[in-house]
Structures are given as C-alpha cells and as structure tokens.
Design a binder for this molecule. Structure first.
Ligand SMILES: N[C@@H](CCC(=O)N[C@@H](CS)C(=O)NCC(=O)O)C(=O)O
Length: 208
C-alpha cells in the first residue's frame, strides 16, 4: 500500500485529474477529503485554498501539474510525458490550454452553473452560460482539430489528456455540451477511447 495521499473532494475536476494520473500509473493512493477553505488546510497544504494537494512522506505539493509530474517521475508505471523536447513542450502547451482557457470557460462558465449552483440551492445563471458558449465552442474547435490529427493530444496518452478528460466529461453532461459535442466526432472518439481506460471509469463512477 502506497503512503501517497491526494487531498481534495471527489467532484473536483483537478482532483479527478490527479486521481486519474495515479490510476493510470498503477500507483495506490488514499483520497483524503478536505475542508479546502479551512485555515489548517491553507497553512499545511495549499496557501491558495484550492484542490488537489499531495502528501507523500515528507513531500507536500500543490498545483495539479506539479503533482502530475511528481507522480509520473517518482513511480514506476507507464510514462505519461513525452521524452522529446517538442513533444514535452506540446504537452505543456495543452495543459496550459486546459488551465488557462478550457477550464475557465467550460467549468467556470457552464459546469459550475449547471451542477454546483443547484447543489447549493441556487438557479443557474442562464445569461452567463449563454455568454460562455462561444468561448467553449472555440475551445472545442481547437481540440477537434488536434484529435483529427492523432489519437491523443500529443503522441501517446499523456498528462495533457488526463487534464482535459474530466473537463470534457463534465461538459458532456450539460445540455450545452451535449449539443456542441454532437458536432465533434474526433473529440467523441477520443472520449470513447479514454472511457476504455480504468482511470476514466474511476472518474465516471463518481458521476455525473
Ligand atoms: N491551479 C490549480 C487549480 C485547482 C483548482 O482550481 N481546483 C478547484 C477544484 S476543480 C478548486 O479548488 N476550487 C475551489 C474554489 O475555487 O474555491 C491546480 O492546477 O491545481
């Protein structure tokens, strides 16, 4: 049994990415639910009060990319990063695309409104969702073109695919995503390919 701990809540997209990375590597981990807004969590694990964080012996990390690189390089299992400079740079490019554009537009603009707000008893902001749709469509155009060129974002399955998977999984569960993705056969094929992996099923069973 590994003494690796992922701190975070199961619905979080980035926590799902961290868990998928562990599952794909075959690394055992414990998921520790956290009160991510608490002063204790901020002081001990994440000064910006986000999820996930990692603890492994004396190693404490926050930021999903740092966690992903650590798990990939510190443990045996399939390599999740290209080794050539161009492939590695492209993987980082795609992770930046997810972090800086796709996550904000898809999760911030649509998924949070459709799923998180209702959980808090609030109505989705339909105007905010409608305003987010063109930016989401732009992201999907870019991913569609990438998957038309290859089975994964860069060469073989990499960290980049595992950053994107939970975001698109959530998007597909919204009416907007269902409609937009219906016109994206290459993305859907990639999602089908991801769904065949144990890691993807692990996040799927957590729903939605
Ligand atoms: N840059 C961070 C982002 C992490 C992040 O935004 N996580 C979300 C959950 S998916 C979170 O903690 N949200 C809490 C909040 O916004 O208050 C990373 O890469 O780990």
């Amino acid at each position: 049994m590994s003494d690796l701990v992922i701190l975070g809540l199961p619905p979080s997209s980035y926590v799902r990415t961290a868990r998928m990375i562990c599952a794909t590597k075959g690394v055992d981990y414990t998921l520790q639910p956290v009160d991510f807004r608490s002063e204790d969590y901020k002081a001990r694990h994440h000064p910006f009060a986000r999820m996930p964080a990692l603890q492994h012996g004396d190693v404490r990390l926050y930021e999903c990319l740092a966690i992903g690189i650590y798990v990939d390089e510190a443990f045996d299992g399939p390599a999740l990063q290209p080794t050539d400079p161009v492939g590695r740079a492209k993987m980082m490019q795609w992770i930046s695309v997810v972090n800086d554009y796709a996550y904000a537009r898809i999760v911030g603009g649509c998924v949070s409104e459709r799923f998180v707000k209702p959980m808090r008893g609030l109505a989705p902001d339909e105007a905010k969702i409608a305003a987010a749709v063109p930016g989401i469509a732009e992201c999907l155009d870019v991913f569609e073109a990438a998957f038309a060129d290859g089975a994964y974002l860069v060469g073989d399955l990499s960290l980049a695919d595992l950053f994107l998977a939970p975001v698109l999984h959530y998007l597909a569960a919204t009416p907007e995503g269902d409609r937009l993705l219906a016109e994206k056969p290459a993305i859907k094929k990639w999602m089908g390919r991801m769904a065949e992996t144990p890691a993807y099923n692990e996040i799927n069973k957590l729903g939605p």
